[in-house]
Ligand binder design. Sequence first.
Ligand code: UGA
Length: 437
Amino acid sequence: MRVSVIGCGYLGAVHAAAMAKLGHEVVGVDVDATKVATLSAGDAPFYEPGLPGLLAEVRSTGRLSFTTDIAEAAGSDVHFVCVGTPQKHGEFGADLTYVDAAVASLLPHLGPGEVVVGKSTVPVGTAEAIAARVADAQPEATVLWNPEFLREGFAVQDTLHPDRIVIGAPATDAGERATAVLSQVYAIAIAEDTPVVVTDLATAQLVKAAANAFLATKISFINAMAELCEATGANVVALADAIGHDARIGRRFLNAGLGFGGGCLPKDIRAFMARAGELGADQALSFLKEVDAINMRRRVRMVDLARDVCDGSIVGRRVAVLGAAFKPDSDDVRDSPALSVAAQMGLQGATVVVTDPQALDNARRAWPDLRYAETAQQAVADADVVILATEWSEYRALDPAELGALVAHRRMVDGRNVLDPAAWRAAGWTYRALGRP
Ligand code: UGA
């Protein structure tokens, strides 16, 4: 089938490559000429494991091209809208500028029978508004909503083998026909017995917001338990292991620590609250305010803990921060808890050196005032305290004796609860963590 993918960021670039891998003829469209040039050369514009290999593989088939010219999307059976919906400046709501612009640019090129498929995370009601605009421009085109659940770091796997496919469609013959077209696009995944939920447009949009709100709540729940553990001398890791054995609860997403960041969970729960307010249902989501507050407190607590181990002051202390990305296996620093902690400590008078295996360029752009080092060994040289802020596997594997030889003081604050306290203490380190005695 012929497919266009509008917006080639973390979501769209992977989606375009995956659609080509599934055998479709794909054109990826983006307004950013640099990104288009990078992708056209077969390179990934960001770090995502598996993406360079996938791009190389599909490039050789000639089925994937990238362009800044939306006219090249004309004639596609399906147009996927994959642009970003960041948080508005100074407000909780989602900024729909890019969605609106993408749809506006596509309208003049839409043909009869073509299907516009929204994948961006949007406030409920957006799909219906887009459907009305599409109906005006091309009455024989149909809008579906097909939210994306991919995780950065696992994006290729999640796109090729999703754990579910959700399709929101209008309850009309055209909606049914469009759903059949989209099901054909996903035929391989559907043949692998991937569950498919076909529903109305509103539910499909809500599914995505609800899923991210649930994940954020799960993380903040365990971080709230970490606060109680700290107040009682209990151990949040053991607690998570124990409650996680209950299949109804489950152990995944119960890792206590610095909390969630990134381009999705923080802004999505805020946009969800803002939309609920507009709909007169703000009470339903007022608990998300608490979820957000617990999450942001983790960052402050982390700085307090570092100050504690430095005998009450970080002024003039040398602090090494291991990790800049919002999570491992990503170079994404959007709302990164690691950088937020590094910046706070810098503002409070510490000399902060940040390192990360992949995210240094993005980190430098976001926080040019911090110092950066290429390796963990360079970052920790003469450090008064080391903070593990992003649990990259190479940081989890650090040897406490080897690292101990490089620092000025053996003080480790484990922001992700991933190190073995006994091993670090045995090597002479003062080990502290969020929610562990
Ligand atoms: C999240 C969702 O997991 C995806 O399903 C969704 O498609 C995506 O947002 C999106 O809306 O596009 P992602 O932002 O890539 O994916 O990252 P997650 O793996 O969800 O991690 C989010 C944050 O939570 C990270 O900062 C991570 O360190 C933190 N986290 C995660 C914890 O603090 N504890 C945990 O137990 C798990």
